[in-house]
Design a binder for this molecule. Structure first.
Ligand code: SF4
Length: 260
């Protein structure tokens, strides 16, 4: 908690209660979103649980996503090509999913999470283009944690499933046609979450998904430790050292959100 910041007004809250418009980027709306996430993070810190923050952001994201036209999205239940590629997530996303996992032998063997995490940690970002590794939470081509999946999975929308198959499974160097608005939406929520975490003084790097999932599933103390300020996924094999807000555009918006 600690640092002060401007709280969103009633009008601000009302203005984005139904999500944000993703077709265009509105800096004022982005600033309100970042402050709201910061407020929810404070709530999470007080309760010792990432749940308030993650419930809020995913519910809000889905409201925004529902405002986009889905007519051109080819993604369907049972299509999971993009669940084989390298992806990353922020610490509260990883910790939130881990809390939902039913580690029973019938549903999802913990051994698969362990083996996938260990293997993924040895494969570089560049190699992953040629080595598809199925997410250990994928069961019969469906996501077993669909309601709790991280932002990157939520925004992996495509207009051509065949292109996904060729790129993500066969390793061909082709562009995935992304429906309008999805990249914008993903970046808005990702940067707003990063800003809220950074302002709270918590570790805000993205982490390689499979490896971080393994670590989180093996140690139930990580959630408390992260909320107390420890960088629980600091292993250099999985942490992606992207300094926050070095780009003037995002640095300016971060300053607008939190300067008092
Ligand atoms: S969390 Fe779910 S949607 Fe994301 S990669 Fe894993 S199986 Fe796919």
């Amino acid at each position: 908690m600690g640092k002060k910041y401007p709280k969103p007004s009633k009008q601000d809250r009302k203005g984005i209660a139904d999500g944000i418009a993703a077709g265009t980027f509105d800096p004022d709306v982005f600033v309100v979103l970042m402050r709201l996430l910061r407020e929810k993070l404070d709530q999470s810190i007080r309760r010792g649980s990432v749940t308030p923050l993650m419930h809020f952001i995913y519910e809000h994201f889905e409201k925004s996503a529902s405002r986009l036209s889905n007519g051109k999205v080819a993604c369907r239940n049972g299509c999971s090509h993009c669940c084989n590629i390298w992806t990353d997530a922020y610490a509260p996303e990883i910790l939130f999913v881990t809390k939902q996992l039913p580690f029973s032998a019938e549903i999802q063997p913990a051994s698969l999470i362990k083996a996938t995490g260990e293997f993924s940690a040895k494969v570089s970002f560049e190699q992953r283009d040629k080595i598809p590794i199925p997410c250990p939470l994928l069961i019969e081509d469906s996501c077993s944690v669909y309601r709790f999946r991280p932002l990157n999975c939520r925004t992996a929308a495509s207009m051509d499933a065949d292109a996904c198959q060729r790129a993500f499974i066969e390793g061909q160097d082709i562009e995935i046609p992304v429906p309008p608005g999805w990249s914008n939406l993903g970046q808005s929520y990702s940067m707003a979450l990063k800003g809220a975490i950074f302002h709270a003084g918590l570790a805000c790097e993205p982490y390689e998904w499979n490896s971080a999932l393994k670590l989180a599933s093996e140690n139930s103390q990580l959630e408390q430790q992260w909320l107390s300020g420890k960088d629980v996924f600091s292993d250099p094999q999985i942490a992606l050292p992207r300094p926050p807000f070095t780009h003037p555009f995002w640095r300016d918006l971060y300053g607008r959100a939190f300067s008092v």
